[in-house]
Design a binder for this molecule. Structure first.
Ligand SMILES: [Fe+2]
Ligand SMILES: [Fe+2]
Length: 293
């Protein structure tokens, strides 16, 4: 994108009423997440100040996704049960869902989160398989990868209907439709947003480059995994509820080639079987969403 377009985009985004500013509590959570030496107690202290986020965490933790034997009713217990890594991503997820509630503009937030959670879960499975880690960070990257879409649907109200029309009636991907209408996409917008929110580097890289993993800068493995997980979800109708003209051969995908170059264990992998494994996980995704909404 040329400098002029970049400046115009940034000006428009900066004028959005509330999306570019995360609530103080979420900013503090992100800040804590960037510190390696945080404790569950510190997170619990911070989160308990926010009733909405707290109740969402308790709701999610009791969803079929976590398959608990006993209902958890207080925050401290929920966080201790999950362990630090999962706590970080769960807390950030719940704060984002809360912050973005009702702010989807032209987007149906439920289908947005279905796609995002689906992508996060597929990311986690791929990361476990190739031992890319920390797995929970890759999951989180999958979860936030498309947040730039929300900024477009709320902040570009005049253009969004044209984007949506291309997606719904012409079989465009959002990425291609945004490029055609705006001259840039939710990737550039997402990168801007992620920096503004002071997200960790791997999340910035993912939000900015997940449709072109070869241009990733700081976290190429994570970005390649998210790229593939995103494609998988779109092929498996965990897109945004629209039909996309997609003919994907995973072996030909740049993301797959990137992963294979660094993880030779992927060589003999039975992709068809793996796809089947992923399909089975989709039920978990739907259960998780149903618990949040
Ligand atoms: Fe995307
Ligand atoms: Fe996506």
């Amino acid at each position: 994108m040329d400098q002029q377009k970049q400046t115009a985009m940034e000006l428009r985004l900066a004028q959005l009423p509330d999306l570019p500013t995360l609530p103080v509590i979420v900013l503090k959570i992100v800040e804590l997440m960037n510190k390696p030496e945080i404790s569950i107690l510190e997170i619990a202290k911070l989160v308990s100040a926010d009733q909405v986020i707290t109740s969402k965490i308790i709701k999610v933790v009791n969803s079929p996704f976590y398959a608990l034997r006993q209902e958890i009713t207080n925050l401290q217990h929920a966080l201790t049960y999950l362990g630090l890594d999962k706590v970080k991503s769960l807390v950030l997820t719940c704060s984002l869902i809360t912050h973005l509630e009702g702010k989807g503009g032209g987007f149906n937030m439920k289908t947005f989160w279905e796609h995002s959670f689906g992508c996060g879960i597929v990311c986690r499975i791929i990361a476990e398989k190739i031992k890319a880690g920390p797995v929970e960070n890759v999951y989180l990257a999958g979860l936030v990868h498309d947040l730039g879409e929300i900024a477009i649907s709320t902040g570009f109200k005049a253009e969004f209907p044209a984007i949506l029309r291309l997606v719904q009636t012409e079989g465009y991907s959002f990425h291609a439709a945004e490029q055609a209408v705006l001259g840039y996409t939710h990737c550039e917008v997402g990168g801007w947003l992620a920096r503004r929110w002071r997200f960790p580097e791997d999340l910035v890289d993912t939000m900015e480059h997940h449709h072109d993993p070869t241009s990733a800068t700081t976290a190429p493995t994570t970005v390649a995994i998210v790229n593939l997980a995103d494609l998988f979800c779109r092929v498996r109708s965990l897109g945004y509820g629209f039909f996309e003209n997609l003919d994907v051969s995973f072996e030909e995908e740049p993301g797959w080639k990137m992963l294979k170059a660094n993880h030779p264990s992927l060589d003999g992998m039975d992709l068809e079987r793996f796809t089947y494994e992923l399909d089975e996980k989709m039920e978990e995704v739907l259960a998780l969403i149903a618990s949040v909404y």
